[in-house]
Design a protein around this ligand. Sequence first.
Ligand code: ADP
Ligand code: TMP
Ligand code: ASP
Length: 239
Amino acid sequence: MEKVKEIAAGKAKSMFTTNNPNELIMEFRDDASAFDGKKRASLAGKGAVNNQFNAFIMDYLGDNGVDHHLINLMDNTHSLVHSLDMFPIECVIRNRATGSICRRLGTEDGLILEKPLFEFFLKDDDLGDPLINRNHIVSFGWAKDDELDEMISTSHKVNELLTKLFADSGMILVDFKLEFGVSSGKILLGDEFTPDGCRLWDDQTLEKLDKDRFRQDLGDVIESYHMVAHRLGMQIKVD
Ligand code: ADP
Ligand code: TMP
Ligand code: ASP
C-alpha cells in the first residue's frame, strides 16, 4: 500500500490517503508537542517507538474484544488504518489525580481516585481542549447519546485491560486519552495509545515514564518510552 495524498498533518502524526478509499496510512513523526502545541520539539526516534508501541497496544486490545482502526503495521513509522469519521472529542480516564484536574480542582497530586473518572474534552487546540460534558456534545451535535454510552464503556474496558497489563510490568496507568471515530456505521477506537497520550508511573518509585518527561523537561524522554516498551516485552525496531 502506497501513500497517495497527505490529508492531515497533526502535531505528531500525518495521515495519507491510499488507493483504497476506506484505508489511510498513519505516519508517526518525531515531532513532540505539549500544552496544545505551545511547546514543541523534535525527538529522534519518537515516531518509530510510538508507531510500534501503538500497534502492540491496539493488537492487545483487539485480542481482548476492543474494536479499533489498526489494520497492520507497515514499517517502523507507518501503520495502515481504517479511515474514520472522527468525533471531535477526547475521552480521558483518570485512575489518579494529576495534571489538569489538579489545576482545576486543587486536588492533591497523585491522589488515588475512589473509582476511575471519565471526562470529555473538546478537541480544539485554539481553545485549549476545554472540558465539556455529554450535554454539550449532544446539543452541539458532535455525537449522539448512544454513541457516547459506547465510547464511555469502551474507555472503561480499555482502562481495565491496560491497568492490568501495565501493572503486571511494574507500572501504574495514571490516566490516558482516547479518540474514537466511525467506519461503516461502527464505532472504532482510533488515533493512538502511546506514552504521548497517557501517564505511566513506576509502581515503586513513582518515576514518570511518559510525555510528562517532555512537558516538565525531565530528560530521557525517548529512553523512557523504550524502557516502557521493553518492560511490556516489545521488540522495537529503530532503523
Ligand atoms: P493532533 O495534532 O490533531 O492532536 P496528531 O498529530 O496525532 O493529532 O494527528 C492525527 C490526526 O488524525 C488527529 O486529528 C486524529 O484525530 C486523526 N485520526 C486518528 N486516527 C484516524 C483515523 N483512523 N481516521 C481519520 N483520522 C484519524
Ligand atoms: P490532562 O491532565 O492534561 O487533562 O491529561 C489527561 C491525560 O490525557 C494525560 O494522559 C494526557 C492525555 N491527553 C492528551 O494526550 N492529549 C490531550 O489533548 C489531553 C487534553 C489529554
Ligand atoms: N496533546 C496536547 C499536545 O500535544 C496536549 C498535551 O499533551 O499537553 O499539545
